[in-house]
Write a new protein. Structure first.
Length: 142
């Protein structure tokens, strides 16, 4: 599941090719052009799809990724991570079991965005002590 606002539209289209070439199934929730678009509308669409299990993971793109990540994290069960480099993408998955990747099109270029997305998709959750911390984040244990 992938969505953006107008600032992230061109990077989203660029990442479409990568996802297709990897043979991954994905759905674009919009927008479908460069007209001004409000990022919360698309962040909620992706977050709700991931939260309900309609999508395993999501990708959100706006100018900085900040607004998208803040909005997505308001949905129960979402762990959206803003990643601007490969290390944070790897740790978001390995330690935090992040289920949504947020990136900023005005912060990173297409090549790095693709590498971050690949890292995010390929890194498994390590579980162990990290699972206990995920449960604490969700208020399921003390």
């Amino acid at each position: 599941m992938i969505g953006s606002d107008h600032a992230g539209f061109e990077l989203k289209v660029y990442l479409h090719t990568f996802l297709t070439e990897k043979g991954l199934r994905w759905e674009d929730v919009g927008p479908f052009g460069l007209d001004s678009a409000d990022y919360p509308d698309y962040a909620f669409k992706v977050a709700e799809a991931v939260s309900t299990g309609r999508a395993a993971r999501g990708v959100l793109i706006c100018g900085t990724g900040i607004g998208m990540s803040i909005t997505a994290n308001r949905v129960p069960g979402i762990r959206a991570a803003l990643c601007n480099d490969l290390f944070t993408a790897r740790m978001a998955r390995a330690h935090n079991d992040a289920n949504i990747l947020a990136i900023g099109s005005r912060v990173i270029g297409p090549g790095l965005a693709q590498a971050i997305l690949q890292t995010f998709l390929e890194t498994p959750f390590e579980k162990g002590r990290h699972l206990r911390r995920i449960k604490k984040m969700e208020g399921r244990c003390s």
